[in-house]
Write a protein of this length. Structure first.
Ligand code: PLP
Length: 287
């Protein structure tokens, strides 16, 4: 079965999917993206993802390429045409193609839209979740608008590669005060010795994760203790539990940070409960 990719109005085979060499996404990382979980063939938390996409476009003054409903239609088509039951759908919008020039091109230049979907075995993610993952701390060398989901991901690539060399699946970015900002591609959480769930408040130094937002709903509904405040790496070392959230991993236990065991080195009770509960609180779109 050949993979199908959406590029600027056409559904094309993967091998022929291409954008122009002077696309501003390629030249300047001048674009934004979304990644949604696909579960049972449906989009998870579609409305929250599309709201964040609209916000990212607005913050960078990139024109909305088409109505949100039309973008969702494209995403659904790409999921269906690639027979993805469980996995992810990736949507990227760049400012478009124009001769390389720092200033924004004139309004006649239309945004580039690309959409891909990929299957991910839920069993594989569940296996990782059963054992938990390791993370490595790295200095946060990113820019000061990490609240925008841009394709400018080189610091995340460098951090994740360094983590991988140390046998860790994720990197946690640390700011100049020794506080954890977030993961390279996830939000970061700990559970303290009293059982309170702690995560950094939203700000310019972290992404408003959709999974984070849905999990906050779950935590509140479940009546669990929640504290939104920055936490230090040293606090994370001493935490009872730790975990990350992202659309593709949902709620993923962290059992080692910089080679030190978190708690007893096994996924904790609270993170396991939240992982099990997560999809009860997520919005699963029909259609
Ligand atoms: N933080 C960063 C830097 C990310 O790249 C991501 C996801 O890719 C997240 C947090 C988690 O966001 P979401 O839950 O919307 O996937």
């Amino acid at each position: 079965m050949s993979r199908i990719v959406y590029v600027n109005g056409r559904y094309v085979p993967y091998a022929r999917a291409a954008v122009h060499v002077e696309d501003r996404g390629f030249q300047f990382a001048d674009g934004i993206y979304e990644v949604c979980e696909v579960r049972g063939g449906h989009l998870v938390d579609e409305a929250r993802h599309m709201a964040r996409l609209t916000r990212s476009l607005g913050e960078l003054q990139i024109a909305q390429p088409m109505r949100t409903a039309a973008l969702v239609h494209v995403m659904r088509q790409v999921i269906r045409r690639n027979h993805v039951r469980n996995g992810l759908v990736y949507l990227q919008v760049t400012r478009g193609t124009a001769p390389r020039e720092f200033y924004f091109p004139d309004a006649s230049v239309t945004p580039t839209v690309v959409c891909l979907a990929r299957s991910i075995s839920p069993a594989r993610v569940d296996t990782n979740a059963a054992s938990g993952i390791a993370v490595k701390s790295m200095p946060d060398i990113r820019w000061q608008r990490c609240d925008i989901k841009t394709v400018m991901l080189l610091p995340a690539c460098l951090a994740k590669e360094a983590a991988r060399k140390d046998g860790a699946r994720e990197a946690w970015f640390i700011d100049n005060d020794g506080l954890v900002t977030e993961g390279a591609s996830s939000n970061a959480w700990i559970v303290d010795q009293s059982g309170a769930v702690i995560t950094r408040p939203l700000g310019a130094d972290n992404l408003p994760g959709v999974t984070r937002a849905t999990l906050l709903d779950a935590i509140k509904e479940e009546g669990m203790q929640l504290i939104e405040r920055p936490f230090a790496l040293t606090e994370a070392y001493a935490a009872r539990e730790a975990f990350i959230t992202s659309a593709t991993q949902t709620v993923m236990p962290v059992v080692r940070i910089d080679g030190r065991s978190v708690g007893d080195g096994k996924p904790g009770a609270i993170v396991q409960r939240l992982r099990l509960k997560f999809h009860q609180f997520a919005a699963i779109s029909s259609g």
